[in-house]
Design a protein around this ligand. Structure first.
Ligand SMILES: Cc1ncc(COP(=O)(O)O)c(C=O)c1O
Ligand SMILES: N[C@H](C=O)CCC(=O)O
Length: 430
């Protein structure tokens, strides 16, 4: 058994001062049992906890550590920026540089506004869509997560799904009424929903690859179908690429699937791990944002120089090193294939979904294509698997309804260790 005594002590103390002892619910290990591990440091693909245990990290801060933890180019850029002030509250040169680079790397984005989190990005994007269209309703998909803005805590994935609270108390009935939900991957259902709310829908928002009910891929033609529907009905199509942007390809899911959104929301990845978000898209729509247009949106720390320095270093690296994508995709494919072989060897019939450097093992024999099929998973069994892997030094996301992310620092030796641990863990829990 790992010695977790310092983590246990910290968690006991934390619970006195922080709700549930954590600053974001999925970290609490409630869905998998046991106490959360408190981390001390991380470098490359390895995290070290406060008790000195080491783990191969398969969450990578929920996605942004594409280059691995404490990547030299990023930490150097941050160190260089720090002496010049931690925040100006005025425009700064790095904001212009990163905006220019994002516009270059993501063809559907002509203008971009920086915010401080993915939640802020999605909240701002739907306000903009409402202001632009003069319509009030928004369609989201069951099991998709767009942060914790009131409009999105309806049939939400990620922690909300994990805690069994996809509709949160505290969201007013009025707000909930303006959010319509449809099943993911069902074009007919969303088309009917739009028809039933003719000329009232401002935006359709989705994760182009859902990562918050586990990893769920869009069916062939689904994204294009939504694109066509939105164009036809004057609806703003928003791709929430907080997870997929700059991860699945330089141009994110839009490049991979060849479908362009009107607005795109971005998050943690463009800060290289610092608290950042952004929304951007067609100039015609973005020019509705204050101070150019009437839709108000602001932020004291938006475009923060330290966050911009980190994000810029990360994006510059991704822009000039296509081999990063080759490597993370290849390592992810090895893990996915190896997991399938392990399942076969053990006579287990579970489902795996993967795309690029994102993947999930679902404890169900049902093909997972939406919220309902994701919910067929044996979450108790996942909890056992999670803990068995943790004991073997592999840090998975502590919920069945999250996606695993691969970083560029993951070597073949790491992959081998992950697959060995996975085989032993699967064997142990059956
Ligand atoms: C797709 C998606 N959108 C939005 C968010 C919200 O981002 P944040 O947690 O930075 O507010 C997340 C992650 O939490 C996400 O995965
Ligand atoms: N699924 C979420 C982000 O992508 C999990 C992170 C969090 O809410 O703490």
């Amino acid at each position: 058994m790992l010695d977790k005594s310092k983590s246990v002590h910290l968690f006991e103390t934390a619970q006195n001062f922080i709700p549930g002892g954590v600053n974001s619910p999925v970290r609490a290990f409630k869905a998998v049992g046991g106490d959360p591990i408190f981390m001390q440091s991380a470098k490359g693909a390895i995290m070290t906890d406060v008790d000195g245990n080491e783990y191969i990290d398969l969450i990578n801060s929920w996605g942004p550590m594409i280059l691995g933890h404490a990547y030299d180019e990023i930490t150097e850029a941050v160190s260089k920026a720090i002496p010049h002030s931690l925040s100006f509250g005025t425009p700064g040169a790095l904001e212009v540089d990163i905006a220019e680079l994002i516009v270059k790397m993501k063809p559907s984005i002509e203008k971009v506004r920086m915010v401080n989190s993915g939640t802020e990005a999605t909240m701002s994007a739907i306000r903009l869509a409402r202001g632009y269209t003069s319509r009030e309703k928004v369609i989201k998909f069951e099991g998709c997560y767009h942060g914790h803005g009131d409009s999105f805590l309806i049939a939400a994935g990620s922690g909300a799904m994990t805690m069994g609270e996809p509709n949160s108390p505290g969201v007013t009935r009025g707000t909930a009424n303006d959010t319509l939900t449809a099943p993911y991957n069902d074009l007919e259902a969303v088309t009917k929903l739009v028809a039933a709310n003719k000329d009232q829908v401002a935006a359709i928002i989705l994760e182009p690859v859902a990562g918050n009910m586990g990893c769920v891929l869009p069916n062939e033609g689904y994204l294009q179908g939504l694109r066509d529907l939105c164009t036809q009905e004057g609806i703003v199509l928003i791709f929430d690429e907080v997870m997929t942007g700059f991860r699945l390809a330089k141009g994110g899911a839009q490049e991979l699937f060849g479908v362009q959104a009107d607005l795109t929301t971005l998050g943690k990845i463009i800060g290289g791990g610092m608290p950042v978000g952004a929304y951007g898209g067609k100039k015609e729509i973005m020019d509705y944002v204050s101070p150019q247009g009437p839709v108000y949106q602001a932020g004291t720390l938006s475009g923060n120089p330290i966050s911009m320095a980190a994000g810029l270093a990360m994006l510059k690296h991704l822009d000039t090193h296509p081999e990063v994508y080759e490597h993370i995709n290849a390592q992810s494919a090895k893990i996915a294939e190896g997991t399938k072989e392990n399942l076969k060897k053990l006579g287990l019939d579970y489902t795996t979904n993967e795309v690029g450097s994102m993947h999930s093992l679902f404890f169900t024999n049902v093909k997972v294509t939406d919220f309902d099929t994701a919910k067929t998973c044996d979450t108790a069994l996942f909890g056992k698997y999670f803990n068995a892997m943790l004991e073997r030094g592999i840090y998975l996301a502590p919920s069945q309804y999250e996606t695993l992310f691969i970083c560029n620092a993951l070597t073949d030796e790491h992959v081998e260790a992950i697959l060995k641990a996975s085989y032993e863990s699967l064997k142990e829990i059956h």
